[in-house]
Design a protein around this ligand. Structure first.
Ligand code: SF4
Ligand code: SF4
Ligand code: SF4
Length: 314
C-alpha cells in the first residue's frame, strides 16, 4: 500500500472512532467560545433588493468560478425549482451565493432573497467537523481548509441553512464548497466582500456586526410600516454574521423561522452521543479511505504548508 499500511489504516479507523465517540471539549474546539465582539458582518435589506443578480456575478468573478449555464442577466433562473417544485435554487460548487424570487401573499410584488453562508457566530459546520477543517476567524468569516477535509460531509448535514455544497470533481480530493466571506483577498484586509461592493441598490451593508444590529433596529424603528419587527440572524442559532431585514414575514421567503436561539453546539454534541455508529465509524472510515487513497501525502503537505504559514491560522 502507498504511504500507509493496512495496519495503519485500521489504527486510523480505530483512533478516529474513539475521537468521535468521546465527546470531550477538545474534540469540538469551540466548547467555551464566546464569540468575537469586533467581528464584521453584512446586513441584507430585502426591501432594497431588486433581484438583479449583480452580486452573483461579482462573486463568480471574484472567485474564478465556472460560467453558469445561463448568463447572470437571464432572470428565467427565478422560475427554476427542484425536488418537485419544493426547492428553489441553492448554493453549489459553482455558486457561493444565489438570489431567489418569492411571490408572497403580503408584498405588493415579488421579493428577492440572496443566500450565502451566514457565517454563524458558533457554526454547526465547525462543531460537527471532527478533523477541524473549519475555523471562525476574528473578522467573522467561517473558512474551510480542504487540505484536512476527509469528505465525510457531516458539515453539510449539520448546517441549519443547507449551505455547504460538495464538489464531486475528484473522488480523491473531496472538497466542500461555500462562501468564505471573501476572506483572503478582502475581509482580512478590512475590505467589503465582492458581492457587497457590487450591489447597485445598497441592499447589502458591510460593517461591525454589533453596529449592524443597531442599524437594523434603527431602520425598523424609523419605518415600522416597511419592515417586520425581526432581524433574522440576530439571535437565530446563537447569532450569525450575515443578518436580514424584510418587509414580509420571513417564513414567506423560505427562511427557517423555527430555529433555536442558542448555538447548535450543544445539540451537535448530543447528536454525536446518540448515533455513535454513524458519527463515530463513518467519519473514521472516510479518513482511513482518504489516507489510503492519498498515501497520507495531503496531511504531510498540509503540515509543511502550515510551517510555511500558508494555512490561515489566527
Ligand atoms: S451557515 Fe452553515 S456553513 Fe455557514 S457558518 Fe453557519 S453552519 Fe457553517
Ligand atoms: S462574501 Fe464573497 S464569497 Fe461570499 S457571497 Fe459575497 S462575494 Fe461570494
Ligand atoms: S446585487 Fe443587490 S439588488 Fe441585486 S440581487 Fe444582489 S443583493 Fe439584490
Amino acid at each position: 500500500m502507498n504511504g500507509i499500511s493496512r495496519r495503519g489504516f485500521f489504527k486510523v479507523v480505530a483512533g478516529g472512532s474513539a475521537l468521535a465517540l468521546a465527546p470531550k471539549k477538545s474534540a469540538f474546539g469551540m466548547a467555551e467560545f464566546d464569540g468575537y465582539p469586533e467581528s464584521m458582518g453584512v446586513l441584507v435589506d430585502l426591501t432594497r433588493c431588486i433581484g438583479c443578480r449583480t452580486c452573483e456575478a461579482a462573486c463568480n468573478r471574484e472567485h474564478g468560478l465556472p460560467e453558469p449555464d445561463l448568463p447572470f442577466n437571464d432572470l428565467s433562473v427565478f422560475d427554476q425549482t427542484f425536488h418537485g417544485g419544493t426547492q428553489k435554487r441553492r448554493t453549489d460548487d459553482g455558486a457561493f451565493t444565489v438570489v431567489n424570487r418569492y411571490d408572497t401573499k403580503t408584498a405588493g410584488g415579488p421579493v428577492y432573497r440572496k443566500i450565502q453562508c451566514n457565517h454563524c457566530k458558533e457554526p454547526a459546520c465547525l462543531t460537527s467537523c471532527f478533523v477541524s477543517a473549519y475555523k471562525k476567524t476574528k473578522e467573522g468569516a467561517v473558512i474551510y481548509n480542504p487540505d484536512v477535509c476527509v469528505g465525510c460531509r457531516m458539515c453539510m448535514v449539520a448546517c441549519p441553512f443547507g449551505i455547504p455544497a460538495y464538489s464531486y470533481d475528484s473522488a480523491l480530493h473531496p472538497e466542500v464548497i461555500k462562501c468564505n466571506f471573501c476572506y483572503d483577498n478582502r475581509l482580512k484586509h478590512g475590505k467589503p466582500p465582492a458581492c457587497v461592493e457590487a450591489c447597485p441598490q445598497e441592499a447589502l451593508t458591510f460593517g461591525h456586526r454589533n453596529t449592524l444590529v443597531k442599524t437594523a433596529h434603527e431602520r425598523i424603528r424609523a419605518n415600522p410600516e416597511k419592515y417586520v419587527d425581526h432581524v433574522y440572524g440576530e439571535t437565530e442559532v446563537g447569532g450569525t454574521s450575515w443578518m436580514y431585514l424584510s418587509g414580509v414575514p420571513f417564513d414567506q421567503l423560505g427562511f427557517n423561522t423555527s430555529l433555536q436561539h442558542h448555538p447548535i453546539l450543544d445539540n451537535t454534541k448530543s447528536f454525536l452521543g446518540i448515533v455513535p455508529m454513524v458519527l463515530g465509524i463513518w467519519p473514521a472510515m472516510f479518513m482511513g479511505f482518504h489516507l489510503l487513497a492519498t498515501g497520507g501525502k495531503k496531511e504531510e503537505e498540509n503540515k509543511k504548508s502550515q510551517h510555511r504559514g500558508e494555512v490561515h491560522e489566527e
